[in-house]
Design a protein around this ligand. Structure first.
Ligand code: PMP
Length: 276
């Protein structure tokens, strides 16, 4: 596998990042994930905008090569051969010779990119496949979930708790309201209307979320960006999750609660799959 590190295309096994890189010592970095289908980047501009916004919000300087990101990804795509890929792009504040909370003034941010095969969404070919299993968890993450930071222990912690049953996705809630999944945004359908929590510091502004909102609206489907009460999930007709690598996937269960089973052909999540 080929990766890109600070200006060079190299084999993954030859890539070296200092243990004093601030993304390792402090989680002091941001990242982006961009999918490609048939060698074409999907929603590149939208992802690029969010990447720049994450840099702006964290005061991390933009590495100069970032302006050439689209071409770098295209070249990496050719080197890594898979037809569909997902690119991981990470910018760290830089490598600091002596570990210190305060970053050196002249620190150079660093750029690391890797790509892997993008697995097809199984619900496309098998819409009747059982939906995802999920669990509700109190949201213990920080107050800036709108930033796509590499500091993700708050997102993954409960998945590593050996006393809990493994699930496909954890859904975070706070003060009785649903925020998002640990790696996805959440949508709910009730009586033909699609609901999703509004943008705020509590959720990542998902590129897939926005893409779907626009597409659903253009198809004449009613969409509301509105707070979702935990109780409302239990009376929903459909609940689904969205992300750049999973597209749209339906939820089967939330803890012990099984959502109503509906013919995919009559479900809005299934219609939404056509947008990918
Ligand atoms: N929320 C979180 C916490 C995520 O990690 C992701 C996946 N990056 C998403 C939402 C979905 O974002 P996107 O559609 O841009 O992949």
């Amino acid at each position: 596998m080929w990766v890109y590190l600070n200006g060079s295309y190299i084999k993954a096994e030859d890539a070296k990042i200092s243990p004093l890189d601030r993304s390792a010592t402090f989680g002091d970095g941001i990242y982006e994930v961009i999918p490609s289908y048939d060698q074409k980047l999907f929603l590149f501009e939208e992802h690029f905008e969010r990447l720049k916004s994450s840099l702006y919000k964290t005061f991390i300087s933009s590495p100069q090569e970032l302006e050439d990101l689209e071409n770098i990804l295209k070249l990496l795509h050719k080197k890594n051969l898979h037809k569909n890929q997902s690119f991981y792009i990470q910018v760290s504040r830089g490598v600091q010779a002596v570990r210190s909370h305060a970053a050196d003034k002249d620190l150079q941010s660093s750029l690391f990119i890797t790509s892997q095969e993008l697995e097809p969404n199984p619900y496309k070919s098998q819409p009747n496949l059982k939906g995802l299993t999920t669990r509700l968890e109190e949201d213990i993450r920080w107050q800036r979930c709108d930033i796509k930071t590499t500091a993700l222990i708050g997102n993954i912690l409960s998945s590593h708790n050996p006393t809990l049953n493994p699930v496909d996705e954890v859904i975070f809630h706070k003060d009785g309201l649903i925020n998002e999944g640990s790696k996805s945004n959440l949508f709910m359908v009730k009586e033909g209307i699609v609901f999703t929590p509004p943008l705020s510091n509590k959720i990542l502004p998902g590129v897939t979320r926005q893409y779907l909102l626009d597409k659903l609206l253009s198809e004449g489907i009613d969409v509301l960006e509105q707070d979702i009460d935990i109780q409302e999930l239990y009376s929903a007709d459909e609940v689904w999750l969205t992300s750049s690598t999973k597209e749209v996937q339906p939820i089967h269960s939330i803890d012990d609660f099984i959502l109503p089973s509906k013919d995919p052909k009559e479900s809005i999540w299934h219609r939404a799959l056509d947008f990918f």
